[in-house]
Design a protein around this ligand. Structure first.
Ligand SMILES: Nc1nc2c(c(=O)[nH]1)N[C@H]1C(S)=C(S)[C@@H](COP(=O)(O)OP(=O)(O)OC[C@H]3O[C@@H](n4cnc5c(N)ncnc54)[C@H](O)[C@@H]3O)O[C@H]1N2
Ligand code: MOO
Length: 413
């Protein structure tokens, strides 16, 4: 009987990931099409933002010291010298005891250093009564308070998110140097696996959900993924498929056949591909244990367990971080999106890090996680679960009310 050599997830993250070499190819893309790429250069702000002292409210631009002591009973009277519309430069500076009407977003005239909200004033023709003092800078966004010229706004190794795009557009950045996307080929294995839309010849046939599902998921995360096809439980067939498609992809992924049964040929087929071959077979995680990690001629080849939940967890915590590293992302490992309280005790097999599928609930203003009870062979679990909590390898479990790290399942950025 053969047993898997198991490594901890941390060991995989350090030892295997160390051997995953980022793709060293870049391209230039229009900023408008850059979303989801990993940036290949440090981008510095070419100007200050907003670039001018900007009113944050509708009201009167004033010199703060002219409003000292103002109150409802003893308002300060200022002369309204002119108006500044949004998108126009002020006609002139304001002098002592003068104010200028400014709309939200308008530029403050020289001499003004604060804005009184219109609600705290009363207008009488050319004059305005100010009923509340304002401090220097009140209701004003300083010319460089948003972004300072030469500040780093997007670093090499950061994935470009919608927020970056908005900032880059305000700075007028037209093109960006990015790393090319990782190309992933996905092969589904198993004598029982059939194409999803053909009539099943027998009840024991299983429609390929892993292969197509992973490709769609990876594409939603901006990776260049393709389904290579189906393979029987046959070492030669799998080896030939892997070899014939090897040059097209940066990573090849094999679904199923990763355990230790007589039909499980993934490890053997990968080892025939080239050196060094399989480096890890088995990770101390549950689900996802029979994951196979190889490097062949410098490229990662990954075998994921066939059970749909195990497949998904292993893809989330092992495959996707590999793709992120290949694409030169600085923080390629996932961070928890927060801590959640458990609605009940959960037990853990010691020695294996546990990823428990959960649904989230909001109770009395706090986020709680309801652990789902299900087997890793249950595909319906993937619909019910919003994410997973991570139970460290060295604890027996977690108690009801205890805090646990939460990771959303499908998000990858
Ligand atoms: N004696 C042992 N048996 C098993 C162990 C073990 O340590 N000792 N590990 C178990 C664990 S944990 C898992 S997870 C599974 C993983 O097995 P495989 O990776 O070899 O997967 P298969 O046997 O090929 O398939 C398992 C299951 O998943 C279905 N499947 C496979 N591919 C697809 C697909 N593309 N789409 C949908 N469903 C798929 C397949 O039909 C099977 O039902 O091994 C345990 N056994
Ligand atoms: O580790 Mo398996 O992946 O329990 O389902």
């Amino acid at each position: 009987m053969k047993f898997l050599k198991l490594a901890s997830l941390d060991q995989v993250y350090s030892e295997y990931f160390h051997r995953v070499k980022p793709i060293d190819e870049t391209l230039e893309v229009p900023t408008l099409e850059s979303l989801g790429f990993v940036c290949a250069e440090d981008v510095l702000a070419s100007q200050n933002l907003p670039g001018f002292d900007k009113s944050l409210v509708d009201g009167y631009a004033v010199r703060s010291k002219d409003t000292i002591g103002a109150s409802t009973n003893f308002p300060v009277m200022l002369r309204v010298a002119f108006e500044v519309k949004v998108g126009e430069e002020p006609k002139r500076a304001i002098n002592e005891n003068e104010a200028a009407w400014v709309a939200t977003g308008a530029m403050l005239p020289e001499g003004a250093n604060a804005v009184v909200m219109v609600e705290h004033t009363q207008r009488f023709d050319e004059y305005v009564e100010v009923m509340k003092p304002v401090a220097v800078g009140e209701n004003v966004l300083r010319m460089d308070e948003d972004v300072r010229k030469n500040e780093l706004v997007l670093a090499k190794g950061e994935r470009i998110k919608p927020g970056h795009l908005q900032l880059l557009l305000q700075l007028g950045v037209e093109r960006l140097k990015v790393f090319r996307r990782a190309k992933v080929g996905v092969i589904s294995t198993g004598d029982e696996i059939v194409e999803p839309f053909v009539e099943k010849k027998s009840l024991v046939q299983v429609r390929d959900s892993n292969g197509y599902g992973l490709v769609a998921w990876l594409r939603s995360l901006h990776f260049e993924a393709n389904r290579v096809g189906l393979c029987r439980d046959d070492e030669d067939e799998l080896f030939r498929t892997l070899r014939s498609r090897f040059d097209e992809y940066d990573v090849l992924v094999v679904s199923g056949g990763s355990s230790i049964g007589a039909r499980d040929f993934t490890e053997a087929a990968i080892n025939r591909l080239g050196k060094p071959g399989v480096l890890f077979h088995g990770i101390l995680i549950q689900p996802g244990k029979p994951t196979v990690l190889a490097i062949v001629n410098g490229k990662p080849v990954v075998g994921l367990p066939g059970n749909p939940v195990s497949f998904t967890i292993s893809a989330k915590f092992v495959l996707i971080p590999i793709l992120r590293k290949l694409e030169n992302e600085k923080d390629f490992l996932f961070k928890p999106s927060g801590m959640v309280k458990l609605t009940r005790n959960v037990y853990s097999r010691q020695g294996r890090e546990q990823f428990i599928r959960v649904k989230l609930l909001v109770r009395h203003g706090q986020v709680w996680a309801e652990p789902l009870e299900s087997e890793t062979a249950q595909v319906s679990n993937l619909v019910k679960a919003e994410g997973v909590i991570r139970v460290p390898p060295d604890v027996e479990g977690l108690y009801e009310g205890e805090l646990a790290e939460f990771y959303p399942l499908w998000l990858g950025w």
